[in-house]
Design a protein around this ligand. Structure first.
Ligand code: TNX
Length: 528
């Protein structure tokens, strides 16, 4: 059955009847569901131009759901909440139910998608049927680089809207990097006064004030999305050294990588007391700004030129400081080279196999001067995820091959005016990837050492913004890839059939048009 739903539901059955929804319809609900229902009404208006003014037709209630397995993995908010839900359409009306307001919100999200796909002149003829659904993984996210290009709060809200529409529930904000520092730390004012001023090349810098972040976190929470902060350390800290040179190397070194961007070789030094006073100040200021997140992401990636023992010492101490503050630790896969606890989470990203690169004629070639650095990084990276699993940590699956949305698009656009941006966007040395490629994999098969969903905390894509200069650029790489991420992170089916998926994907375009989102109008997808 081809319901216009992404991600595909766990179970769905259809009857030969319909229910006709018009602006005279409305939602009947109890007071504890007022939040999800208000969101739904607003979203149906924005997605489909339908204002529901009545008080009958859709019944929403708290009720238990059976028949779908519980989600595997970890929730970023640390809560034990159930997202399983049911949606039933009969000729008499629609019923949406689940054991928690969040579960009901996910069910109402399916209903939103059904309405948008069926609406014509203010009337949605919904096919009768019954959906019982729930996620495969509890952590379903997107990591957003707000450093290389600073994205204003309004743009971040658009991204949160995209995540929520596809039942994704984590926005991982990469808040700090070499090119800029984007979060306020009142005890260290130079981080934002000096460290926030730049981005890549001559792009404007910026940062989120505490008030702006509070609004973003609340906006996300209203949509059942948890914002997880990343403070990247001990590498990727050139913006820290710009603000506080005494924390950095005496002579900071860089390698030019083109496009106005540089690789920075300096790292924070775990042997210096000033380093730890700084890290504590940062954690004390940042953690309270993300009250819903049970985790702090400490980065830990690409510490070019740092001795392995120093890196491990840094990670172990930084992780201990996070745990002391009542939060759990997540970090890029390199943190697995340190001693971890079983509650720590490791984000597996580097699935490029250096030994296989020479065998593949299509494999991209990295810039010459970066080659030695990359070769060394990739050789060590092979052991990270296995080491994490050995230590009892769970993995967030974010492999470059499948989930780096800063790969160029291989699909051409049906809109010739998009072709120039398409060719310019994404890091060329990753090689271009098609939308079909993006759904041709399964999270459990991404690493030889993973043989069960129990080893996986969740699934997260990453969008790095070296090549992105505007919101349109950002959205052109995010869409239509975000629905594919949701299909892999939520849906229990381990193989997705491309022609069937492409039909469902094509049915998303009316909503995207109404929302004024930019997306790659791939010639491979039958957009409606
Ligand atoms: C590697 S992924 C990085 C980022 C870059 C990205 C480009 C990771 C943990 N570090 O600093 O932006 O590659 O795709």
């Amino acid at each position: 059955m081809n319901l216009p739903l992404i991600p595909a539901p766990a179970t769905a059955s259809a009857f030969d009847e319909t229910f006709v929804l018009t602006s005279a319809s409305g939602v009947v609900h109890s007071s504890e569901l007022a939040g999800p229902v208000a969101r739904f009404l607003e979203d149906v208006q924005l997605d489909a131009g339908l204002t529901l003014t009545g008080d009958s037709g859709i019944h929403v209630d708290l009720g238990s759901v059976a028949g779908v397995p519980p989600a595997a993995g970890l929730r970023a908010d640390g809560a034990a909440l159930d997202e399983r839900h049911g949606v039933e359409v009969t000729p008499e009306g629609v019923r949406v139910w689940g054991p928690t307001p969040e579960a009901v919100y996910r069910g109402l999200t399916s209903l939103r998608q059904l309405i948008s796909a069926q609406i014509q002149e203010g009337t949605a003829v919904l096919p009768a049927g019954r959906i019982v659904d729930g996620p495969r993984f509890a952590w379903r996210g997107l990591s957003l680089d707000v450093v290389r290009t600073f994205h204003a709060p309004d743009e971040v809200r658009r991204v949160i809207d995209m995540l929520a529409l596809y039942k994704l529930n984590v926005l991982h904000l990469h808040l700090t990097d070499d090119q800029g520092w984007r979060v306020e730390v009142p005890s260290r004012p130079a981080l934002t006064e000096v460290g926030a001023t730049g981005a890549i090349g001559d792009r404007p810098g910026g940062y989120y004030t505490q008030a702006e972040l509070a609004e973003l976190v609340a906006y996300a929470a209203d949509r059942y999305v948890t914002v997880v902060p990343e403070i990247d350390m001990p590498g990727h800290t050139a913006a820290v050294f710009k603000a506080y040179p005494e924390l950095g190397p005496a002579e900071p070194q860089t390698i030019d990588v083109g496009n106005g961007d540089k690789l920075h070789l300096g790292t924070l030094d775990p042997g210096r007391d000033e380093t730890w006073a700084f890290v504590e100040d940062v954690l004390d200021a940042v953690i309270p700004q993300f009250p819903r997140s049970a985790y702090v992401h400490i980065g830990g990636d690409e510490t070019w030129g740092m001795a392995d023992e120093d890196h491990a010492a840094f990670v172990e101490k930084a992780a201990a400081l996070v745990r002391e503050r009542g939060k759990k630790v997540v970090g890029w896969q390199e943190i697995a080279r340190a001693k971890l606890g079983s509650e720590d989470v490791v984000q597996y990203w580097l699935d490029l196999d250096i030994d296989k690169m020479g065998e593949n004629p299509d494999a991209p070639t990295p810039p010459e001067e970066l080659l030695p650095v990359l070769v060394e990084a990739l050789r060590k990276a092979k052991y990270d995820a296995p080491k994490a699993l050995e230590q009892g940590a769970k993995l967030i699956v974010s492999p470059v091959t499948w989930l780096y949305f800063d790969r160029p698009h291989a699909d051409t656009s049906a809109d010739p005016s998009q072709e120039q941006a398409r060719e310019r966007l994404g890091l060329q040395f990753y090689g271009a990837a098609s939308i079909e490629h993006g759904i041709s994999w399964d999270p459990v098969d991404t690493l030889p050492g993973i043989d069960s969903t129990d080893q996986i905390a969740g699934v997260e894509a990453a969008i790095w913004c070296e090549t992105i200069t505007s919101s349109e650029d950002l959205e052109l790489l995010l869409l239509p890839r975000i629905p594919g991420l949701a299909e892999k992170a939520w849906s229990h089916q381990t193989a997705t059939n491309w022609p069937e998926y492409a039909l469902r994907l094509g049915q998303q375009s009316p909503t995207w048009r109404n929302r004024r989102w930019t997306w790659l109008r791939s010639t491979e997808v039958p957009w409606t």
